[in-house]
Design a protein around this ligand. Structure first.
Ligand SMILES: NC(=O)c1ccc[n+]([C@@H]2O[C@H](COP(=O)([O-])OP(=O)(O)OC[C@H]3O[C@@H](n4cnc5c(N)ncnc54)[C@H](OP(=O)(O)O)[C@@H]3O)[C@@H](O)[C@H]2O)c1
Length: 278
């Protein structure tokens, strides 16, 4: 399987969901300010992937970045997660839908390959189905044809991953999940990922964890590091092996999120945050 050296997987991903007509401008701003990993999806209901493509064109022309030093990630979304603006023929087989969706993503993003292609979510909440295996197989074929370097799955439980390990020929390179502090920051899934050398991507680190964000421990760590609670959470996430996403629309927050790399967090503090809520 083609792999990327770890150094070419950025340590922060900029998320482009829910930005609609601001997608191009905000993605360009994120690139200008230093993000090199972009997360999107061919799911017009929540993402404007063509707007991401526009930002890339502008950024290439302005000399901000080249395709080679960018990490682009997009997703295949089942029809039930879409609105009427489908990137594939819903009457086609799932394998054809994957092919059509990725071809449309490459067109939106103006590239011949993405770096990571995710299954946006399995077809059922509590089980890995035959449909999921078919989609995964189609994604593997796209990868083997060079249209993505790596593959992943999103919105998965430990049970999904365990079943996948039993029935699929290959496990993902990435898992992308909403990361709840009350679940020990998705501890069970993170441990599975660690055991299987899967990179865990965490989203909603701030929005799903408002209580943790306002906890006195985080406040005092932020104060002693001369940073913000959000920076402590992102720095903590990285310390426990999470590749974080941020979807901020504010330039200042983009800068602060990237600067979280430099926040000092003692090992005892990392352990305490990990146990903060679950
Ligand atoms: N796979 C999936 O199903 C899935 C689902 C959801 C999201 N995602 C991906 O993950 C990305 C991020 O989504 P998300 O849910 O983590 O975030 P989000 O909903 O886009 O929002 C992040 C929130 O945190 C705030 N924020 C960010 N940095 C901050 C800072 N330094 N200080 C204070 N507030 C800060 C933002 O406010 P400001 O805008 O004011 O900064 C915003 O309210 C999405 O864009 C998408 O790419 C994937």
């Amino acid at each position: 399987m083609p792999t990327l050296p770890a150094s070419s997987i950025p340590d922060f991903l900029y998320g482009t969901a829910w930005k609609e007509e601001r997608t191009a401008a905000l993605t360009e701003l994120a690139l200008r300010l230093g993000f090199r990993g972009i997360d999107t999806a061919n799911q017009r209901r929540h993402y404007f992937e063509a707007g991401v493509g526009e930002a890339l064109t502008t950024a290439y022309r302005a000399g901000i970045v080249t395709r080679d030093n960018l990490f682009l990630q997009t997703k295949f979304t089942y029809q039930r997660g879409q609105d009427h603006r489908l990137p594939y023929d819903p009457a086609a087989t799932l394998s054809v839908q994957v092919k059509q969706s990725l071809a449309s993503s490459l067109d939106h993003l103006g590239t011949d390959h993405v770096d990571s292609y995710l299954l946006h979510g399995p077809s059922a909440n509590d089980e890995w189905t035959d449909a999921d295996s078919q989609v995964w197989e189609a994604m593997r074929m796209e990868r083997d044809a060079g249209r993505t370097r790596l593959l992943g799955v999103s919105n998965v439980s430990l049970e999904h991953l365990q079943r996948m390990a039993t029935v699929c020929a290959e496990l993902p390179a990435f898992v992308q999940n909403r990361c709840y502090a009350r679940l020990g920051w998705d501890r069970a899934v993170r441990l599975f990922c660690q055991e299987h050398k899967i990179i865990y991507q965490g989203f909603s680190l701030l929005t799903a964890n408002r209580e943790a964000l306002h906890h006195p421990l985080i406040a005092s760590l932020a104060a002693s590091a001369n940073g913000t609670p959000a920076q402590v959470v992102f720095r903590f996430a990285r310390a426990i092996g999470i590749l974080p996403l941020t979807g901020t629309s504010e330039a200042l927050h983009m800068e602060q999120d990237l600067a979280s790399r430099k926040v000092t967090l003692p090992a005892e503090a990392v352990a305490a945050i990990e146990r903060l809520a679950g």
